[in-house]
Design a binder for this molecule. Sequence first.
Ligand code: NAD
Length: 481
Amino acid sequence: MQSTELLLPPAKHFVNGEFIDGTDFFSVLDPSTERAVLDVPRAGVQDVDAAVAAAKRAFTTWGRTLPGERAAVLLKIADRLEAHQQELMALESLNTGKPAAVAQDDVASAIDSFRFMAGALRSGTSLSAGEYAKDHFSVIVREPLGVVGAVTPWNYPLLMGVWKIAPILAAGNTLVLKPSETTPLSTLKFAELTADLMPEGVFNVLTGRGSVIGTRLSEHPDVAMVALTGSVGSGVSVASVAAQSVKRVHLELGGKAPVLVFEDADIDAAVDGLRAAGYWNSGQECGAACRVLVHESIAEEFTAKLGAAVATLAVGAPDEGESVELGPMISRAHYERVLAHLSKAEAEGARFVTGGGPVERTGYFIEPTVIAAPRGASCTQEEIFGPVVSVETFATEAEAIERANEVPFGLAASVWTKDAQRSHDVASRIDAGTVWVNSHLALATEMPWGGFKGSGYGRDLSAYAIDDYSRTKHVMHHTGR
Ligand code: NAD
C-alpha cells in the first residue's frame, strides 16, 4: 500500500480546471483511528458563484458536443480510474474505514458507471418523428439542462459522486459537486486524476458545509437542477429552497428496507443473504436489509440462525487484512447516534440476539447487532444506518405487506419465498423503488436505483438517469410553408 502522503489529493477546491486555495479549513478524519488525515477548505457563497460561473461558461461548448465526443471523454475517465484503482480503494478505505472488499466494489462500480453511460448516451430513444397534426412534422429533441449542482453523502463517497457525474456529463450538462464534509478525499482525487480529460469548467468540486454550498446551489439562478443523495432532512431543505426558483430537484434519500421472510422460504439462504446485505458497508447503506418481518411459525429458528451467523462477522480496520467484513461508523457523532438507537431499543423492550454495544477499541466500531423487536419499536421504524438489523414477526401475508409499507421510506425491499405466485403478488404490492426476490442489495448499472415516498424521487444508474438529467423539447415544422 502507498504511503498516506502519496495518496492524498490537493486540499483545494477544483474550479474551472484548476485547484484553487481556500482560506478557512476543517479536518478530515480516519474513523478507524480517529486521527486527522488532511485539512480541506470550506467554501463560501462567493466560491459557489465562481464555480457556477465556470460551469455556465463551459456549458456553452460541452452542451453542444456530439454524443460520440462525450462518450469518448467518459471512456477515458473510466480508463483513468481503472489505472488508479488501487489508489482510489486505499483512499476510500482511509477516509471511511470501509473494508477492502467494499472499497473494491465501489471503485469497480464507479468505472462501470462511466462505461455504461458512455454507451447509453449514444443510443437515446424517444417517440418517432412524424406527422401527428395535419401539415406539421414533429421532432423530439433531448437537450441537456445546463449547470447541475450535485451534493453527495459519506457512505460511498466516490460511487455516489460518480452516480451523479457520469449521467450528468453524459446528458451534456456541466456540474458543481459538493462531497460530504466528512469524506471529500476521493472526490478531490477524482478531480486530480481526470483534470486533463475534461474541458475546463465542465466539472467543479467545492468542499465544505451543506447548509452553505448546498443552499447556494439550490437558490442560484444559473443552476438548472440540484441532485442530492443524503438524509431526508437535507432533501427537504434543498427541495424547499429550489422551489423558490422552480428548479428541478433529484433526491436519493434515506431507507429502511423491509425484508419479508415467509414460512416457505429457504431459511439458510435468507440468513446468508441478510448476513451480507444487512451489514455491507457496516450497515451504512440506504438499501440495507435492516428491517426483517418473519412469519411467526419459523421466527425462532430463523432468528437464532441469523444471530449465530451475524456473530461471526469480522470487525476491524481496513489495514487489518482482507478477512475484515465490518468497519467503523463514519464519525463520532454518527457512532453516538447509533448507540443511542440501541439504548432506546433496549428501553422499548427489545432483546439483543447478538451484539448491542460498542466494540472496545480506538475508532468508531459497533458490534454487529440483531434485535428481536416488539411491534412499533423505534428501531423498526427509524433509519439507524449502522450494523443493526431488527426482527419482528407477522401472521398473515396481508399483515406482512401492510407492515412493510407502514414506514415513511420506500427505497428497497426484499421478499423471501419459494412460491412463485406469492413472489409476484407481494413484490407488486410493496412501495419500494427496488424489490428483490430471494436476494437483497444486488445492483446492476443498467437498472434504475431510486425511491418512492420519503426516499425521494429521480433515478440513479441506467438510461433513466440520463432522462432525469435532460429535458424533452418538441419542435414542430409546418410542411407547406
Ligand atoms: P446528509 O443529509 O447529512 O448529508 C448529505 C449531503 O448533503 C452532504 O454533502 C451534506 O453536506 C449535504 N447537506 C447537509 N445539509 C444540507 C442542506 N441543508 N442543503 C444542501 N445540502 C446539505 O446525509 P449523510 O449523513 O451524508 O448520508 C446518509 C444519508 O444518505 C442516509 O439517510 C442515507 O439513507 C442516505 N443515502 C441515500 C442513498 C440513496 O441512494 N437513496 C444513498 C446513500 C445514502
